[in-house]
Design a protein around this ligand. Structure first.
Ligand SMILES: *Cc1c(COP(=O)(O)O)cnc(C)c1O
Length: 405
């Protein structure tokens, strides 16, 4: 891909020159490429992709996906409001919270978005209050184990997400009693699902319950598409998945008696690879056992390695050639703060810029102020131009909500 950041080291270095380090850098063309890959793979089906904005919720990114024709997947009322601000119509936004109070659902009703309910208690309260007046979607738990690891699997038997498929009789009774109109059936079973068969199994489970709800407008298979985390890594075979689903949906439409829309809500797939995180090496430290490269960042900016043991491929942008040595890359937080252990990097010098791959999803979005550190700037590259989309924090930001007298 000619436009991808990995093939433009000069541009990335220029971004650091201009906006400082550390820095989140996003490639808008790459986001668009990923979105078009999805729409092309599923061509021929009545499909809709709702960008899961918890991956990266900057207004510039939301506007980009809005312009491309995507919908929006949200998990909090604040995300809903960010989506509306970016220009999405309420009906283009699906709201799938977990463990929120009824009040937050009432706010969502006020805003007019598509509401996806994932527990029976809320379903009853919602039905008693609105009956058929406000159609809803139901998130089921299909009880399949999917996803890269336990922290990001959401459809297994012990998961807090969704309404168990073994409780569908109960759901039916609530729907009958309250007159609720069910317009959608949803599942989201986890992240980093490599195996398309697991995905299709989940789809089969969901479709097998669709017959209980004769007025569906959509079925939503969630997300979980895996992206490659290093140059030789595997990704979900989107094209094979689309082929598999085309057959199943054709059968389903025949049995169901009509076509309903097919929705997905990818986050990572759309933005992970488009993002790079750039840091500067403050110190190189030789201990008896290890050579550390200590950078001007830490898990307060990119928590995925510490939280999920995620592997972010790292490259020495300042020295793209020359001998490789083994380094452990650490941040400056005063706790264990390791980005990667014993990885090969082109010989690192103090002042070098290290580039972390796959930083578009759950990178900036999970950042925080621990150790009274400041959050980095975000920059987007669009049509070959760098554009700052968030300022770097300054000291005063730490005090903004503190009461000082
Ligand atoms: C997190 C989440 C997604 C996005 O998952 P990715 O792995 O980033 O694609 C989609 N839907 C829901 C309900 C989520 O919570």
């Amino acid at each position: 891909m000619a436009f991808s950041l990995e093939s433009q080291p000069e541009l990335c270095l220029q971004a650091v020159e201009t906006y400082g380090s550390p820095l989140y850098l996003y490639d808008a063309d790459r986001m668009e490429f990923q979105y078009k890959r999805l729409t092309k793979a599923f061509e021929g089906l009545p499909v809709r992709f709702n960008y899961a904005c918890k991956a990266l919720s900057n207004q510039a990114v939301l506007k980009l996906f809005h312009e491309l024709g995507a919908g929006l997947d949200t998990v909090s009322i604040q995300e809903v409001k960010l989506g509306l601000l970016a220009g999405f119509e309420p009906k283009q936004i699906i709201f799938t919270p977990n463990s929120v109070g009824f009040q937050e659902f009432l706010e969502a009703v006020e805003l007019g978005v598509v509401i996806n309910i994932d527990n029976i208690s809320i379903l009853e309260q919602f039905g008693d209050r609105f009956g058929a007046d406000y159609p809803i979607s139901i998130r089921i738990n299909p009880h399949i184990m999917a996803g890269g690891n336990a922290n990001i699997s959401t459809g297994h038997i012990d998961s807090k997400f969704g309404i168990s498929i073994h409780q569908m009789r109960h759901v039916e009774r609530v729907v009958q009693k309250t007159g609720l109109e069910v317009e959608g059936l949803h599942m989201h079973t986890g992240s980093d699902i490599l195996d398309t068969e697991v995905f299709l199994q989940g789809a089969d489970v969901l479709l097998s319950y669709a017959g209980l709800f004769p007025r569906l407008k959509f079925v939503d298979f969630g997300s979980g598409f895996k992206v490659p985390y290093h140059p030789d890594d595997l990704e979900t075979d989107i094209e094979a998945l689309a082929q598999g689903l085309k057959h199943r949906m054709a059968d389903f439409y025949r049995d169901y008696g009509k076509e309903v829309e097919l929705w997905f809500e990818p986050g990572k797939f759309l933005v992970s690879e488009a993002g790079k995180f750039l840091t500067r090496v403050n110190v190189v430290k030789h201990t008896t056992a290890t050579v550390f490269a200590g950078v001007d960042s830490g898990f307060h900016h990119l928590i995925r390695p510490m939280l999920y043991r995620a592997n972010h491929f790292i490259e020495n942008l300042s020295h793209r050639e020359g001998p490789k040595r083994i380094y452990t890359v650490v941040g400056m937080i005063c706790e264990t703060d390791t980005f990667a252990s014993d990885i090969p990097l082109n010989q690192v010098h103090e002042g070098d810029i290290l580039m972390f791959y796959n930083a578009g999803a759950y990178g900036f979005e999970m950042s925080m102020n621990y150790n009274a550190r400041l959050r980095p700037a975000e920059v987007m590259i669009k049509n070959g131009k760098l554009q700052r989309i968030r300022k770097r924090e300054v000291f005063e930001d730490l005090l903004r909500n503190q009461i000082l007298d």
